[in-house]
Design a protein around this ligand. Structure first.
Ligand SMILES: Nc1ncnc2c1ncn2[C@@H]1O[C@H](COP(=O)(O)OP(=O)(O)OP(=O)(O)O)[C@@H](O)[C@H]1O
Length: 243
């Protein structure tokens, strides 16, 4: 079932309304997960191991077999980019060939593609690797390739699964500042992460999941109320209270 539909004239780039989704019929892994990402907004998808974050992302991507619900893309082009936690690549393609393949899949013109791709390679300090094979890269370098492909496409919404594990501090900074620029362009971001202090600093909205259901949602102030925490509680303290 392809859940991704298109919407007209809207104030969101992603709207998710999942009643149930599971790996086996009659056995939901997540229930009643609804969320919305506005243009320019970064929403953190937070929860302990096994809570249902990856399942939520897989459902959004249309990869779950047993689903009841809707996922609606908004924005100008209704285009999304997914950045997986585990990098995926072709063994016999060079770095540059990966970028060219992604660009052609999205119908980018060659002149538009090459300049942007060079810029991103430089930004992530991979220019010297352009003719090398990602199969021989480190995990962090492979992750950078996933990020470069996503940024190359300039989607309306980024769906990012745990980006911080594996990236060095400089790459993390580069990633976050590019993401900021993309948000200013109007792109939205849904990002799952366990790195709560970073999430607290960079996200404008949160969706906290536990045991397959949403337990708190909204700004940090709203999450504090849902968690029964004080006004100065950290995201970690709310997480601890809720899970
Ligand atoms: N391929 C699968 N087949 C069957 N059940 C699965 C599968 N993947 C995940 N699950 C189950 O679905 C539930 C939610 O798992 P999910 O992977 O979405 O958690 P998560 O929040 O992403 O956890 P983590 O932080 O560990 O990555 C868990 O109970 C898990 O056992």
């Amino acid at each position: 079932m392809d859940l991704i539909e298109e919407a007209d004239g809207q104030d969101y780039v992603l709207r998710v309304d999942i009643k149930v989704a599971g790996y086996e019929e009659e056995k939901p892994a997540i229930r009643d997960v609804s969320l919305q990402v506005a243009p320019g907004q970064l929403v953190g998808l937070i929860g302990p191991n096994g809570a249902g974050k990856s399942t939520t992302i897989k459902t959004i991507l249309g990869l779950m077999a047993h689903v009841d619900g809707n996922v609606t893309l908004g924005g100008r082009h209704k285009r999304y980019a997914y950045v997986p936690e585990q990098p995926v690549f072709y063994e016999y393609f060079t770095l540059w060939e990966h970028l060219r393949l992604a660009a052609s899949a999205f119908g980018m013109e060659e002149d538009q593609f090459a300049g942007k791709a060079e810029q991103l390679l430089k930004r992530f300090r991979l220019t010297g690797e352009r003719n090398h094979y990602p199969a021989h890269f480190s995990k962090g370098m492979q992750q950078k390739l996933m990020l470069i492909i996503a940024f190359l496409l300039e989607p309306d919404v980024y769906i990012v699964d745990e980006p911080f594990v594996g990236l060095d501090p400089r790459a993390t900074n580069d990633f976050l500042s590019l993401l900021d620029a993309e948000r200013q362009r109007g792109a939205g971001v849904l990002m799952s992460t366990h790195v709560l202090d970073t999430a607290e600093r960079i996200c404008q909205g949160f969706v906290l999941i536990n045991s397959g259901a949403v337990v708190a949602k909204g700004t940090l102030a709203q999450v504090r109320i849902d968690a029964g925490c004080t006004e100065d509680a950290t995201l970690f303290e709310c997480f601890h209270a809720l899970t």
